[in-house]
Design a protein around this ligand. Structure first.
Ligand code: TYD
Length: 138
């Protein structure tokens, strides 16, 4: 049984090194995150109106960052739902295992950077919402 809740998905403030030539954000592995990063990927060139995600993970932790632009993340634990707007590259949304997520309303030019705790593993995905609800009540 997975007892994680949408309230476990929190916004983590990231570092911001500012000078007159701009900003730099460092995510320094376990110092900042509750998991070790095994994989980084990013979504970009997302056509207007498209939705990404639409799945849950059994074991995977992720930190989702709007590296550029903005988008919304819908989090759903099978009981409660919440929508979080990501629009700052110096904040990351922690998504814990067992949470259904959808990424939507991408702005033009948005870049969604994802730091993940494990390598890609299709068997970690729950891709059907009915399967997710069944997984949550088991
Ligand atoms: P998926 O995770 O379903 O994308 P999203 O949640 O953003 O809509 O992945 C889309 C495709 O890319 C799918 O065929 C699996 C593949 N993929 C990899 O091969 N490696 C990866 O690390 C990721 C994240 C996806």
């Amino acid at each position: 049984m997975n007892s994680s809740s949408i309230y476990d998905g929190v916004m983590l403030p990231l570092s911001k090194i500012h000078n007159r030539a701009g900003n730099l954000t460092v995510i320094d592995g376990e110092e900042n995150l509750p998991f070790s990063v095994s994989r980084i990927y990013y979504l970009y060139d997302i056509p207007s109106g498209e939705t990404r995600g639409g799945h849950a993970h059994r074991e995977l932790y992720q930190l989702i960052v709007a590296a550029s632009g903005s988008f919304n993340v819908l989090l759903d634990d099978g009981i409660n739902k919440k929508i979080v707007t990501l629009n700052r590259p110096d904040y990351g949304l922690l998504v814990v295992p067992g949470i259904w997520r959808e990424l939507l309303e991408f702005s033009s030019g948005a870049i969604c950077l994802v730091l993940a705790s494990h390598k890609y593993d299709e068997s970690d995905y729950i891709r059907q919402y009915e399967d997710f609800i069944e997984y949550r009540v088991k």
